[in-house]
Design a protein around this ligand. Sequence first.
Ligand code: KIV
Length: 268
Amino acid sequence: MKKKSKMTVPMLVQMKQSGEKIACLTAYDWLFASLLDQAGLDLILVGDSGAMVFAGHETTIPITMEQMIYHTQCVSRGVKRALLIADMPFLSYQVSQEEALRNAGRFMKEGGAEGVKIEGGAPVAETIRRLTDMGIPVMGHLGLTPQSIKTFGGYRVRGKDSGEAEILKEDAKILEQAGAFAIVLEKIPAVLAQTITNSVNIPTIGIGAGSHCDGQILVTQDLLGLFEEFKPKFVRQYTELAVTLRDAFSRYTDDVKQGSFPSGAESF
Ligand code: KIV
């Protein structure tokens, strides 16, 4: 049965305590956000993945604050029930805590977001503390953090060796202590995600992190089979929308070329 009451940060944290799984997806525009919200998603993320699946960039790095604010405004018009979180883009929170606070505040004041997401562990803990102290809910993001893709050198699974796994476990506790209300765990071994999930009192939201996380998130365009550039192993594709859409566009093109569209019934 679909829940009716508006999702809040405390409700999300409570879902971990009660063992109810948290369903999350990304959105970048009003139409998709409306459909996700009507379908009963608990959390909608305006991901900086929009740089890739919406804008066609190769990484998430180029997307700007202004572009993310615009996407957040569009999405917020379609969201009635889900918790709406906006991704802070590369360099919007790393330069100084003041800049991070100003930018995070813009997502709430101008974008209509109810919180922000920030990538990274110990190095961003003080920033998360500052934001949460000022009333801005923050979601952490550990593991394969796409804004660091140039440092990682590729999209391989993170935390496979014991050294990196230890850092991730430590980082999760640091983010919780800093006041984060949830943590995205991206592309790490399922057993490591399970250990982290059991070690913190805030929800973990997995993407390529196995089934033991408190919730799951995917990029909506991946789930729909709309983004065909690459298909990560962790994606479950529920439909093949790119095929369906290409077919519709090509039939329309044929109809126009053959003069069968518009028909008499479609004319005035
Ligand atoms: O940018 C994004 O969409 C994300 C999620 C996939 C977690 O960070």
